[in-house]
Design a protein around this ligand. Structure first.
Ligand code: SAH
Length: 244
């Protein structure tokens, strides 16, 4: 399949109804990979033929839409309590590769990271960039949304839009298997997971989550997993079980 490049719309100029000219970082990337006139490459979701290679731009002629691949069959929303920078970056990247659709970072009482409004905006943009790059690297043709940071109480409202949300709670003994079977039997395809921070959830927060009808508390076993381990463990199981 023609190698894929993700180009911001602002860097794409239409020359005529079949021809575009692109600028920006991906031009260098195309050059470094020694592409030349006549090569077929994918720009976002369309396949083009290179018709002109210039120093700062590449001119391409549209051929056809790229086959949609790598798009998960289900919408999984992951509510991740904010972790320290490198851990959160790692978690977002891996969650995208495994197949999450939406990431909602949130702040609960035990979150160590403190960010002011400007800091939150910058952090969110960085996480969105990591998600976009992970999408490209793993060949997903869809895009991932990293939502604005929520406060814990806002998460309690936000989860209501989903059919079922698995709340991974370190102090729980409740069976994950039962909930997975329920998701499969009901053919739910709009589900969520909730993972706490390094410091976990307070009992009060856990009780508030358990009060939600569509939130089901689940154990990931008798060992206490690091947040990023727990997140990827649960996400992997869910994606595997929900995909046909
Ligand atoms: N500091 C807490 C653990 C927090 S682990 C303690 O020592 O008890 C970070 C998050 O990973 C938890 O909030 C939970 O969402 C998830 N997690 C870790 N181990 C888990 C387990 N065995 N079962 C369910 N969730 C778990």
């Amino acid at each position: 399949m023609a190698r894929r490049f993700i180009v911001d719309e602002k860097d794409i100029k239409a020359i005529d109804e079949k021809t575009i000219e692109i600028i920006g970082n991906e031009v260098k990337h195309i050059q470094v990979l020694r592409h030349d006139v006549g090569d077929e490459i994918t720009i976002n979701t369309k396949i083009y033929k290179i018709v002109q290679m210039k120093r700062e731009t590449v001119v391409l002629e549209y051929l056809e839409n790229a086959p949609i691949k790598g798009v998960p069959q289900n919408n999984i929303t992951a509510y991740f309590a904010m972790l320290k920078n490198d851990k959160m970056d790692f978690l977002v990247q891996k969650a995208v590769e495994i197949g999450v659709k939406t990431i909602v970072p949130f702040f609960s009482s035990n979150v160590i990271v403190k960010l002011d409004d400007k800091g939150r905006q910058k952090r969110k943009e960085k996480l969105q960039k990591i998600a976009d790059e992970a999408c490209k690297q793993c060949g997903r043709m869809d895009s991932i949304i990293v939502e604005d940071f929520l406060k814990f109480n806002e998460v309690l409202n936000d989860v209501e839009k989903l059919q079922k949300v698995l709340f991974a709670y370190e102090a729980a003994n409740d069976s994950l298997r039962i909930e997975i079977e329920d998701i499969k039997n009901n053919k739910y395809n709009n589900v969520g997971i909730i993972i706490g921070a390094e410091g976990g959830f307070t009992p009060k927060e856990a009780d508030k989550l358990k009060e939600k009808d569509n939130v089901k508390v689940v154990s990931l076993g008798t060992r206490i997993l690091r947040a990023e381990t727990a997140a990827l463990n649960l996400l992997s199981i869910l994606v595997y079980e929900m995909e046909e």
